[in-house]
Design a protein around this ligand. Structure first.
Ligand code: GLN
Length: 455
């Protein structure tokens, strides 16, 4: 823990951490040492990790990178945090992200990272003028720069897989409902999932094994499906594995250098005994408008709890209750969050609900059905995790160009399927390229096995 805390300080220019509390970390480390000495350490006893600041933690502030929650102290740990603590991990601190996990570049954080007085975009350790991806950008940067051996992230529409891809690490989003959402500050509840990010599939498997499992009393969408030892099948042969290649993932939008790296990775898979089979996900393009209707709709509802009354920021001066709500929310939320609340409120409003929200729900179902049709012919689906490598900080100023870059991660999110990104190679300028593997429900073990054999 001391080693990683020192590295976190040394590389604080990356902006990866939003809170560090050496005393709290070392207290957890001493407790872990005592348990190990008594022969009672859990599976991950003494392993230092850090959590995305979307998870609430009782030993560290929890902000979701929003001014709205600056200084907020949770009285409890999120289920995922608690489960990892029960397995013996030591918490190094909390990691930067886009505000309320809304973003794909980690340029939307509204809190100052450790060592800074003002909010900063997180920097990609491979090229500090580039973004690390998002929204789990602090998580990905921390692993890539070895500020933590492994971390947690959350993925609503790609926020584990895309930053893993941009930072050359491995990350997995499990099947929706396998990891509890209790204590994960909500963005879009029907999509939000927790997952691990690490240097390898093996490290991710170690963490994910402790993160999953039913939490039926606390999360209404938690699945009554047993936890699993995801390390058990890591070394299985992948001879005969059928890898589905959706034509729609290899179209015009895919950058040439990413395509070259992905094709080379797929060739490696063939050498390992896998077979490539063409499949089709015909509604891939629709996943962008569908997601950017449904996610904001859910966000507008979830974020209504930040009203200045129950917790978080409250405006200092106001005329009456209504004015207090307005000023509190105007001051507390950043631009992207406000944009989504407005889109969400619009698509849910009378007269527009049928045309937007309901229609998007129907297409969401079709996207899920398309995957089931594809999985008749293959075991996993592969493609690039993102159409390009990491772009320059400030390089994608308009929101729509950011949204379009999510095209390859959104389909699995909308279908609730598990997805993994592993380092496939490098594109122009030596920037990492991630290969995404998508599996059918509950096939995390197979995804991790396929990634491990490649690594
Ligand atoms: N980039 C997507 C968005 O901005 C996904 C974010 C996420 O998965 N949390 O909504």
């Amino acid at each position: 823990a001391q080693h990683f805390l020192a590295r976190a300080r040394q590389h604080q220019n990356l902006g990866a951490f939003v809170s560090i509390d050496e005393d709290a970390t070392l207290a957890q480390a001493r407790a872990a040492d005592a348990l190990i000495a008594a022969g009672q350490g859990g599976k991950l006893a003494g392993v230092p990790i850090a959590h995305k600041d979307i998870f609430v933690t009782k030993d560290f502030p929890s902000t979701a990178a929003s001014k709205m929650l600056e200084g907020y102290q949770s009285p409890f740990d999120a289920t995922v945090v608690k489960k990892l603590a029960d397995a013996g991990v030591v918490t190094l601190g909390k990691l930067n992200c886009d505000e309320f996990a809304m973003g794909g570049a980690n340029e939307n954080s509204a809190v100052a990272p450790v060592g800074f007085a003002e909010p900063q975009p997180v920097r990609n350790p491979w090229d500090t003028n580039r973004v690390p991806g998002g929204s789990s950008g602090g998580s990905a940067a921390a692993v890539a720069a070895r500020l933590a051996p492994a971390v947690t992230g959350t993925d609503t529409g790609g926020s584990i897989r895309q930053p893993a891809s941009f930072c050359g690490i491995t990350g997995i989003k499990p099947t929706y409902g396998r990891a509890s959402r209790y204590g994960m500050i909500a963005f879009a509840s029907s999509l939000d999932q927790a997952g691990p990010m690490g240097r390898s599939a093996e490290d991710c498997a170690l963490l994910l094994s402790e993160m999953c499992g039913p939490d039926l009393d606390r999360d209404s969408t938690s699945l009554d499906y047993p936890a699993e030892d995801f390390t058990a099948k890591l070394n299985d042969s992948i001879e005969g594995l059928r890898i589905g290649i959706p034509a729609e993932f290899f179209g015009e939008g895919l950058a040439g250098d990413v395509r070259v790296a992905v094709d080379a990775a797929l060739k490696e898979y063939e050498k390992l005994g896998a077979k490539l089979v063409p499949v089709s996900l015909p509604r891939t393009e629709l996943s962008v408008p569908v997601y950017y209707i449904l996610a904001p709709a859910e966000a507008s509802s979830n974020l209504s709890r930040f009203d200045g009354v129950k917790f978080g920021h409250r405006a200092a001066k106001y005329e009456d209750l209504n004015d207090m709500y307005k000023k509190t929310r105007a001051e507390g939320f950043g631009d992207e969050v406000k944009r989504r609340i407005m889109i969400g409120a619009y698509v849910l409003s009378e007269g527009y609900y049928d045309a937007y929200y309901l229609q998007a729900q129907k297409i969401r179902r079709m996207i899920a059905d398309d995957f089931q049709a594809a999985f008749k012919d293959c075991d996993v689906i592969a493609g690039a995790a993102a159409p390009t490598t990491a772009w320059a900080i400030g390089g994608k100023a308009d929101p729509v160009s950011n949204y379009l870059a999510d095209i390859f991660t959104l389909p699995a999110s909308l279908a609730g399927l598990p997805g993994l990104s592993l380092p496939a190679g490098f594109g122009d300028g030596g920037l990492p390229v991630g290969l995404q593997l998508i599996g059918n429900y509950f096939s995390e073990s197979r995804l991790l096995n396929a990634a491990h054999r490649f690594q």
